[in-house]
Design a protein around this ligand. Structure first.
Ligand code: PMP
Length: 365
């Protein structure tokens, strides 16, 4: 609240808060990008300037994750939701795909894939209200699966994988990383495909980033609609048609901001420290705050919890909002409170939330 722009603490699950230096740079470059005489909103996607912008965004992402040459990086439209369909359309020419169902988003993904072909549930925590992750030994894996799919962070339920599930030998691992993208380092070579809608950790809405191993492109069946075909998108470097230019530009600025802060290892530590501030209050509250998720499965991005009753939930959100803490109401499917602590949320904001929670309990506990 002491922010010079009058900005408040934004705990929105997405679209979400963006790094202030990124917004300030975008503001400064709005009318004239690097002397081009025009802003990014106005320039051709075929211009040398935009080629630089998309090229730098890709290079910075490659540097952050250490993405090897044998992977393509795509900037697509249609949101993460379109990837629910593109993944099976492109990768499951025949056969069946395995899904690990750990929350609303992996459930949504398998529902979409079911419309298009065969799927199997390798694990589902739905019977336990999506309150935990599976152990590797609980996964019922098909050794012939077209791929094994999981969602690394369930934005609504608040469970996040620490280590990725291990697929059977030769089965490609596919991940929806929309809400923990670039929040920590990943061993990219364990993955065949990772995708993320940008509007949580990586930038504004409108662009979805796909990292995929190029050998998978051989699986893409003929006669897919152009925009749904990874091969077309890869061959045209995401420029088959007009891409979401401005979103790609902002995502690129976010990647540079991350590199400037020390990259993903530094960001992972910062995110862990932020989450700890809030989980410590929950765990020290004597049951006043109840986490929805088993501690070993907790998300560092979306922290879900509830107060002793729904009236207190409502009062908490109301008082928080009045104090400049916005976006804390839980998703309607889960209820309670959800605090999203994405990369760009300043550590001070997590501290302000922790203090607010302690004070709220003192008054109402
Ligand atoms: N997957 C996850 C994990 C999400 O959090 C979301 C959006 N909240 C989606 C998929 C769907 O994303 P989009 O709105 O970009 O289609």
């Amino acid at each position: 609240m002491t922010n010079p722009h009058g900005r408040i603490h934004n705990f929105s699950a997405g679209p979400a808060t963006l790094p202030l230096p990124v917004l300030e740079q975008a503001q400064a470059e709005l009318l004239n990008w690097r002397g081009a005489g025009m802003g990014v909103l106005e320039m051709s996607h075929r211009s040398a300037s935009f080629e630089t912008i998309i090229g730098e965004a890709e290079a910075d992402l490659r540097a952050l994750y250490g993405i090897p040459e044998e992977y393509a990086v795509l900037f697509l439209q249609g949101g993460a939701t379109l990837q629910f369909a593109m993944v099976p359309m492109n990768l499951r020419a025949t056969g069946s795909a395995d899904y690990v169902v750990t929350g609303a988003w992996s459930k949504g993904a398998i529902k979409e894939a079911e419309k298009l072909g065969a799927t199997r549930v390798a694990f589902s925590a739905e019977g336990e209200k999506f309150s935990r992750l599976p152990a590797q030994s609980e996964l019922q894996l098909d050794p012939k699966a077209a791929y094994l799919y999981f969602c690394s962070n369930e934005t609504i339920h608040g469970v996040e994988f620490g280590a990725e599930p291990a697929p059977p030998e030769g089965v490609p691992l596919v991940c929806d990383s929309s809400s923990d993208f670039v929040s920590r380092p990943l061993a990219i070579r364990k993955y065949a495909l990772i995708y993320a809608g940008a509007q949580k950790n990586a930038g504004p809405a409108g662009v979805t980033i796909v990292i995929l191993r190029k050998d998978l492109l051989a699986r893409t069946p003929p006669r897919l609609p152009l925009m749904l075909d990874y091969k077309v998108q890869a061959e045209n470097k995401s420029l088959y048609n007009t891409p979401p230019c401005y979103s790609i530009y902002i995502v690129g600025l976010v990647f540079k901001w991350l590199r400037g802060l020390g990259g993903l290892e530094a960001m992972a530590q910062r995110n862990a420290a932020k989450a700890r501030l809030v989980y410590d209050v929950i765990d020290g509250s004597g049951g006043f705050y109840r986490g929805f998720v088993r501690p070993d499965s907790r998300s560092k991005m979306n922290l879900t919890f509830a107060l002793p009753d729904e009236n207190l939930d409502r009062q908490f959100v109301k008082e928080a909002t009045a104090n400049g803490l916005d976006g804390l109401k839980g998703h309607r499917v889960v209820g309670g409170i959800r605090a999203s602590l994405y990369n760009a949320l300043p550590p001070e904001s997590a501290g302000v939330l922790a203090d607010f929670m302690r004070e709220f309990q003192r008054k109402n506990g």
